[in-house]
Design a protein around this ligand. Sequence first.
Ligand code: HEM
Ligand code: HEM
Length: 146
Amino acid sequence: MYSGLVHAHSGLRWLVLIFLILALVKGISGWMGKKEYTDGDRKMALFALIFTHVQFLLGLGLYMMSPKVSFAEGVMQNAAARFYTVEHMSMMILAIILVTIGYSTAKRTSEALGKHKKIAIFYGIGLLIILAAIPWPFRGLGGGWF
Ligand code: HEM
Ligand code: HEM
């Protein structure tokens, strides 16, 4: 169960990243090119939102099971334990909230330009935070590529 969750969470990162990037590119090109907000734009933003929400749910499950999350004394002095217990979780939740606000305010905005702008800005900032909070293998935090 635990090992399956880690693999699912690790692999889903790529879907989260790919769909956030696609939605972001559509948002920026729609904004800059003053394009219509198409059903394709809406669906891309929705897929990115769904993968991000599922990732949140898997992360929450892992947070309760992972041996890398600890509340023992000295956790703050250990870079890897502090990363998973505090930094990864809080930065990812912030990013997920930004993506959700982007989708939700874009939905409520009536003009196409405003919709593209909201997706571009909120998804863009969310994506940067997610990239910064992933335990990429070269960071020495015990994360893999898949
Ligand atoms: C978009 C959001 C997120 C992304 C892209 C993401 C990505 C990742 C990646 C790539 C790993 C390393 C997996 C490996 O070992 O290769 C990881 C581990 C972990 N994540 Fe996330 N995560 C996200 C959100 C969250 C959230 C919101 C939480 C907690 C509430 C969370 C909790 C954890 C935990 C506890 C681990 C360590 C699992 C273990 O190896 O025991 N993640 N995450
Ligand atoms: C505890 C977990 C979750 C929380 C707290 C959460 C929270 C939210 C919030 C606040 C919204 C914004 C609604 C709006 O203003 O449009 C939303 C939308 C959405 N969420 Fe989640 N979510 C969670 C898990 C999931 C999961 C697991 C999925 C998919 C399997 C999912 C799919 C969606 C979809 C499809 C929408 C957009 C609905 C629409 O078209 O307006 N969520 N969620």
